[in-house]
Design a protein. Sequence first.
Length: 521
Amino acid sequence: MELRGITKRFPGVVANHDIDITVNRGTVHALVGENGAGKSTLMKILYGMQKPDEGTIAVDGEQVAFGNPGDAIARGIGMVHQHFMLADYLTVLENIVLGSEKLHGIGDKARARVREISDAYGLGVRPDAMVEDLGVADRQRVEILKVLYRGARTLILDEPTAVLVPQEVDALFDNLRELKSEGLTVIFISHKLGEVLSVADEITVIRRGTTVGTADPARTTAKQLAELMVGSELPSPETRDSTVTTTPALTVKDLTLTATDPDGVVRAVLDGITFTIHRGEVLGIAGVEGNGQSELVDAVMGMRVPDTGVLTLDGTDISRTPTRKRREGGMAVIPEDRHRHGLLLEAPLWENRILGHVTEKPNSNGVFLDPKAARTDTERIVREYDVRTPGIDVTAASLSGGNQQKLIVGREMSHRPKLLIAAHPTRGVDVGAQAQIWDQIREARREGLAVLLISADLDELIGLSDTLRVMYRGRLVADADPASVTPEELGSAMTGAASGRLDASADTHPDTYPPSGGEDR
C-alpha cells in the first residue's frame, strides 16, 4: 500500500499535508503522532470515508480512488475506529451483518460464522447481546469481529489496546502476529509507544499533519519516538510526595446495585462496595471493563439509584441527591465515553464548555446564561490546556479525540471541584497530552482534590494512585500498593487470578455477574 502526497484541508486547518507512507504486505505498520497530527484523518482517507484534496493511493501496485468505505472493503481494507460505529439498539449479530447480508444471510449461518470468528480470536462476543448493554471493551471486540467478518486483509486498528489489560494485550499481539504470518497487513495506531515498539515491523511518525520520518523498532526507544512525535525533548517524570490528608471527601458504604441481564435474571452489578477517598488522595480502581466500574461511576454521580448504600460528599449525605446538585456541591466527572456522555458533537466548543455547569459561574449570571463570559472562559481553556483548534466556534466533532478529551478535562477542572471522578482520563491522547493531564491532576491533588480514578491503563493507575483497589464482578476484591505492584500482577488480579503481592479484601462471589460485561473474561 502506497500513499503519496496526501493532502486534506478543512476550514481553518490543514489536517494532512503532503504525506508519504509505504506499507508492506504481511507486516504490522505503526502510525504514531500527537493528538491532531492527522493520523485518523489519513486513515479515514484510506478507508474511503473522506477524499483527499491531493495525492494518490495504490493498493498492491494498482492506483485506486475510494468514493466510500464500501470501495475500500471491496479491496480488503477494514477499519476499527477509535470511536465505535455501532447501532446501540441492534444486537451484536445485527451490527456485524449490517451491510453484509449477502455474505452469510442474517440467520443461523451468520450466527455460526460470528461464533467461529469470535472463538478463533478469543473475542468472547455474544451474537444476541444488545450493543447498548455492552461496555467499552466489548464494543471494541464487536468492531474487530465485524471487520474480520467482512474478510479484510488489511486491518486499520485505531487505539485497539486502550481498554485491555496486559494479558489481553499480549493475546491480541499474538493474534496480530498470526495474521501477519498468513499474509494479512495491520496498520496500528497507538499512543502507547512501548506496545508500538513491541509489535510493529516499521513505524511512521506524523507531526502537525505531515510525515517526519520512519523508525525501526529494533533501534528506537520509546523516549526517542516520543521526542520525534513532539519535536522536542520531553520533561523528566515528576517525583511525587504524598498529599493525602485525614479529611474524608467521599465516603461510600455498602453500595449495592442490581440489574436484569439479557436472560431476564436479576444479578448484583455492585455488591457491598465500601471505600473512602480523602482530600489530596487518588483512589485507583483497576478492573477489566464490564466488572462494575461504569455502574459505580453512575451511582456516585447520581445517574443510577442504588438498591442500598450511603454516599457522603464532604460530610453531606448525597445518597438521594440529583446529579446537578452533586455537581454544584463540588463533584466533577471525566466520562468513560466522551462522545456519549461528555460532549454535544455538533455544538461549538463554547457551548460544550457549559455542559454540566449551566448554573455555575462564569456560564451563568443568576438565572440567565452568560454566553460572553462562557466564550471568554472557553478561550482560556483552549489556551491553558493546549486544545488544538482554529477557534471556539468550530464544533466538537471537528476536533481530534485527544483534543476533545483536553477540552473536557479543562471544563471539569475549571470549577475547582472537591471530588473528580476520572474514568479513563487519558484514553486516546498522545504522550505529551497525557503528561499534561497527569500534571493537572497532581497539581489539583496537592491543593486538596480527591480523585476516583478508573482506568484501563495500568501504568496510569500505578503512577497516579495513592491507594489502589481491584474490582472483579462487582466487588472490591483486593488491595495493591502502587509503590511495588507490577502491571502483570495487577492484570492477574483483575482477571480473577491470585497474586501473592496483593491483599485480598473480599471473596470473588463467582455467581455474581455484571450485565455490561456479559461473560467473564
